[in-house]
Design a binder for this molecule. Structure first.
Ligand code: FES
Length: 164
């Protein structure tokens, strides 16, 4: 059988460098492997920050909500609560005039929870899990607690800071 692929052939009387099929596939494989490795490293967080799937250890959480805005002015009423946009945090103003904040996603299947002022706890509307005002499970099926955050109310500026 005639050798089809050679290391060097003449094409239109010009020298053209070529590579054989095996070498071509090897180089493509290396390039593809490098791309896949970079994608994997990026998605795994190597070389960057690894997203924290458990906000309990999210020590960077720190934001302030303005209770003068339409989104949060209702929180000034005792017994009211709000899920803070973009933060996965639920804030409640208790009937005792204190402020509480926990992660807003149920630890069972990530449904957004509600606050119950009458019992000062949190209820998941999906399967009925209940959490205490500090986020501990008081009724399943959830088995893991919510993350609890600190709050600091600024009466002068009418703002509420929530932080880990
Ligand atoms: S998602 Fe909350 S109890 Fe199932």
């Amino acid at each position: 059988m005639k050798e089809i692929l050679t290391n060097e052939v003449k094409l239109n009387n010009q020298d053209v460098n070529t590579i054989d099929r095996k070498e071509f596939m090897r180089q493509v494989g290396i390039g593809f492997g490098a791309i896949m490795l970079m994608n994997c490293l990026q998605s795994c967080g190597v070389g960057g920050e690894i997203p924290d799937p458990n906000p309990t250890t999210n020590t960077k959480l720190d934001f302030t909500i303005d209770l003068k805005t339409n989104d949060y002015s209702g929180l000034k009423t005792k017994g009211a609560f709000a899920v803070v946009k973009g933060q996965n945090v639920i804030v409640a103003h208790t009937n005792n005039d204190t402020w509480i904040a926990v992660s807003s996603k149920c630890t069972h299947e990530q449904t957004t929870i509600n606050y119950r002022a009458s019992s000062n706890d949190f209820l998941c509307p999906n399967h009925g899990s209940e959490f205490t005002f500090i986020g501990n499970v008081q009724k399943g099926p959830a088995t893991s607690p919510l993350s609890r955050y600190n709050t600091s109310y600024d009466a002068t500026n009418n703002t509420l800071r929530v932080f880990a």
